[in-house]
Design a protein around this ligand. Structure first.
Ligand SMILES: [Zn+2]
Length: 352
């Protein structure tokens, strides 16, 4: 495969200031590989970096970590299983292989998890260098034939959501409330259903997001800007409350309300991180105590979740075609970023 010297890349220069620039194509490091990007998703964390920067990213920087691409070249001493021309789904997380948590399969707890797009330049570009650490880590898999690149790219967000439902033990008979109707909230709806949940409700403060999320067909859409969510949820469940509540938004009010609303003995998954200065909201821990609730903290995922997420995209259990509302070439990056920032898109994927 002939690799050019220069490529187009989405470069974030400053907070809210980006452009598509001509830059050098990266060299694959020894043991690493160079990938021609077929599709790269724009993630909520990319949007946060665009809006307010990121502590492990020094600008200017190429963002993007939800990757489908074709191997273009192998670095010297490459020992991975991949070949030039092979089409791969690439997850960003790189764990420390010697961390005791990694060794026992709890990769999400491994210290110093690094990510493509943060510690290494990202993939909203024509090419991306995949570091050697990532090549055999389990978060790179062959993209199934017949799965479109824009769907094979977005395996990572589903991975954490699958992890959440594994921890919450979502299953037959459960009533699930998902608070937050962004792309992650939509994934929670699809995956809770695939787990066998009986009913799934979706709430959001933005009616526009609920409208976009309606294609995921939750049993009730709850507009928190117009309705009292706890009252509506109580009415929908005959007063008992959902057995599982997922907070999929950054509002400190969400965990407080989740604990109020969840059924006795229910599970609350704290999926959305909170702003640093608002991370200690007044959750009533006596309710947790007396009603035997489970509060489940959740971030990151392990390779087994990545593999399941890719399978579910391939089988359509995660409906990639409904999740990805915008597939755009690199020169329409402005349109993609603005639609995502304004909440007019679910998932935006670039095809460089
Ligand atoms: Zn992501």
């Amino acid at each position: 495969m002939k690799v050019p010297q220069r490529m187009k890349a989405f470069v974030l220069h400053d907070v809210m200031a980006w452009s598509v620039d001509e830059v050098r194509v990266p060299e694959p490091a020894p043991g690493g590989m160079l990938v021609r990007v077929l599709a790269c998703g724009l993630c909520g964390s990319d949007l946060r970096t665009i809006r307010s920067g990121h502590r492990s990213v020094t600008l200017p920087w190429i963002l993007g970590h939800e990757i489908c691409g074709e191997v273009a070249a192998l670095g010297p001493d490459f020992r991975g299983p991949w070949e030039v021309g092979q089409r791969l789904s690439i997850g960003p997380n790189v764990y420390d292989p010697n961390d005791p948590y990694t060794v026992e399969g709890r990769h999400e707890l491994s210290a110093g998890v690094r990510e493509i797009g943060q510690q290494w330049p990202g993939a909203i570009a024509e090419y991306v260098a995949i570091p050697p650490e990532s090549v055999t880590m389990g978060n790179i898999l062959p993209a199934p034939e017949g799965l479109a690149p824009q769907h094979a790219a977005i395996v990572e967000p589903g991975s954490s959501v699958i992890h959440a439902h594994e921890r919450a033990r979502t299953g037959l008979g459960d009533t699930v409330l998902v608070m937050g109707a962004g792309p992650i909230g939509c994934l929670h709806v699809a995956i809770a259903r695939a787990c066998g949940a009986d009913r799934v409700f979706l709430s959001d403060v933005a009616p526009q997001r609920l409208e976009l999320a309606a294609t995921f067909d939750p049993d009730a859409l709850i507009d928190a800007s117009a309705q009292n969510v706890p009252e509506r949820v109580a009415a929908l469940t005959g007063g008992t409350g959902p057995t599982v509540v997922i907070t999929a938004n950054p509002s400190p009010q969400a965990p407080v309300e989740a604990v109020q609303m969840v059924a006795k003995g229910g599970r609350v998954v704290l999926f959305g991180g909170l702003p640093h200065d608002e991370s200690a909201p007044g959750v009533d821990l006596n309710v947790v105590h007396y009603q035997n609730l489970e509060l489940i903290g959740l971030s990151r995922f392990a390779p087994r979740h990545f593999r399941t997420s890719l399978q579910m995209l391939a089988s359509g259990r995660i409906p990639g075609d409904r999740l990805v509302t915008h597939v755009l070439p690199l020169d329409r990056v402005d349109e993609g970023v603005r639609s995502a920032l304004d909440g007019k898109a679910l998932k935006v994927v670039f095809t460089p």
